[in-house]
Design a protein around this ligand. Sequence first.
Ligand SMILES: [Zn+2]
Ligand SMILES: [Zn+2]
Length: 282
Amino acid sequence: MEPGADFETVPVPKPGDWLAVHRETGQTFNQFVKSKPNRPNKIRKRIYLQPLGEFSEDQVPSVERLREYAAAYFAMEVEVLPYLILKGNKITKRANPFTRNRQILTSDVLAILKKNIPGDAFCVLAITMEDLYPEPSWNFVFGQASLRERIGIYSFARYDPAFYGQKRGKDYEQLLLRRSCKVLAHETGHMFGLQHCIYFKCILCGSNHLKESDSRPVHLCPVCLRKLQYSIRFDVVGRYHNLLRFYRKVGFDNEARWVANRLRWILGVEAARAIIEEKNTR
Ligand SMILES: [Zn+2]
Ligand SMILES: [Zn+2]
């Protein structure tokens, strides 16, 4: 079956883009199944978010929004663990040797997550506005995960224009939420054993720089959607419906339009109308 017109093929990589630097051969659906990826089951059925350190006073990005998004995206229960504060926990900090901004050591956080993983967790993802480093010789890292141990940590710090000393535009809250949602969807996708995508413009495409990750869509391509659906067994229409509600609620207009088009393509224009024209009552 043709996937429809809503998916774009991957453009020829420009110098510096992910695929110009990394030789990736892709992961077909069959390769994915053969890799025996972790799958949620009756016991390991929840995704946990572990906020780490401080989120700014006005809570950008909002941890609750990120929770709602992950719940819609993965069609699973998502819970937020009590905030893990830096003070009083064995978490090594340093000042970055070049920029002098504060950074925290990822392995210390991963050790804490590993020790405290809830019995019903499919995975635990620490999210933070702190900048990270994986070992002293490194300048920084966006995040780090252990798939086997089902834990990961990701920083949104470098998605905030203020990190680079740039002025925050008036739409920066939405920008930061969109970027954070993308990081969450991409990295949580890896937790399900999805490797980088080379088939379409897709949330699972690798990215080497901010411009590339900004140009990456938030949706899953047909190949990656099939992998995730195999793993979680969600109802595809129900998932799109929940995503449509979320996108409307937070004002992600392009994403909402995209999902509405998918629903029209799957259900037909008439049948999709009831879902698409539903007023956002929440
Ligand atoms: Zn990745
Ligand atoms: Zn894909």
